[in-house]
Ligand binder design. Structure first.
Ligand code: C2E
Ligand code: MG
Ligand code: MG
Ligand code: MG
Length: 291
């Protein structure tokens, strides 16, 4: 009978739920330990000036070096961290680590490099963001203009008034603000004007099929044109092929990021890339190429 089946389903469901809950709990406690034991690592991906081939900045991307499961990507644990609140200590670690690394590159006398850090939705409603960020910058003696914080449209639109307030606070400190994954959210152009935005990163889903897909070409072109007229730097994400770079370069898109230039790398490997980039390959070299 339907009623019995319903009961059975409920039993299955609750068995599934408690299994799921147990799995979540186990992951939660191992993530908690991971933060304490420094099993988290940052990878770095360069942002490159289209015109010169110079690396102008770097985005920090977190990974979890799990003792049994290997290297986990953020999509495998950021949602859990958000759900459990562990995103707060995790994000603090990321911010400090990314800033420490950029200070370290400065100590090595590499050209000044911006560092971008992804913010989570939870951090954005947290009242301590301004304080925590100011503290890290102060402790490290870091120039705040080197720091970029990346937020998404959905984070901005969740509570626009609150967002404007926080962004203005960050701007007042000298920090720059980027909108990540731009184009897939719901922010309107009139909204955009109200936010103190410095950088827009075109979502890689639009870049994937350019040149070729007329709709994606038109959207990409429109975002680049809008950025120019609003004096916002436009970065294209997910550039993998030379044709994409050519297309973007023809539209004078200022910066690109993607596998074409480099995958995200551990700090040590990224440092080598920085030294090599002192004589970028995209421009006819004026200096003898660095060894
Ligand atoms: P995102 O901020 O949009 O970062 C770009 C993602 O695209 C990265 O994935 C990067 O590895 C990937 N990517 C870069 N170039 C290419 C390309 O040419 N082709 C393709 N197919 N992919 C490319 P990743 O590292 O797996 O990070 C995924 C997302 O996780 C990030 O998206 C960001 O939203 C989030 N995330 C990463 N690190 C952090 C963090 O420290 N805190 C928070 N809250 N979120 C983070
Ligand atoms: Mg990002
Ligand atoms: Mg993105
Ligand atoms: Mg993203």
């Amino acid at each position: 009978r339907a009623k019995d089946r319903g009961k059975n389903n409920f039993q299955f469901y609750s068995a599934y739920m408690s299994q799921h809950a147990a799995k979540m709990l186990a992951l939660e406690s191992s993530l908690r330990r991971a933060i304490e034991r420094e099993e988290l690592v940052l990878y770095y991906q360069g942002k490159v000036e289209t015109r010169t081939g110079r690396i102008s900045g770097v985005e920090s991307l977190v990974r979890w070096q799990h003792p049994e499961l290997g290297l986990l990507s953020p999509d495998q644990f950021i949602p859990l961290a958000e759900e459990t609140g562990l995103i707060v200590p995790l994000s603090k670690w990321v911010l400090r680590e990314a800033c420490k690394q950029v200070c370290e590159w400065q100590r090595q006398n590499l050209p000044p490099l911006n560092v971008a850090v992804n913010l989570s939705a939870r951090q954005f409603v947290d009242d301590h963001l301004l304080e925590d960020t100011a503290l890290v910058l102060r402790e490290l003696g870091m120039d705040p203009t080197l720091l970029e914080l990346e937020i998404t449209e959905s984070m901005m639109m969740h509570n626009p008034e609150h967002t404007i307030q926080i962004l203005q606070g960050l701007k007042a400190m000298g920090i720059r603000i980027a909108i990540d994954d731009f184009g897939i959210g719901y922010s309107s152009l009139s909204h955009l004007r109200q936010f103190p935005i410095d950088i827009i990163k075109i979502d890689r889903s639009f870049i994937q099929d350019v040149p070729g897909d007329p709709a994606d070409e038109a959207i990409t072109e429109a975002i680049i044109a809008m950025g120019k007229s609003l004096k916002i730097t436009v970065v294209a994400e997910g550039v993998e092929k030379p044709e994409q770079l050519q297309f973007l370069s023809d539209l004078s898109c200022e910066e690109i990021q993607g596998y074409f230039f480099s995958k995200p790398l551990p700090a040590k490997d990224f440092t080598k890339l920085l030294w090599r980039n002192l004589a970028p390959v995209a421009v006819p070299s004026r200096r003898p190429a660095a060894k």
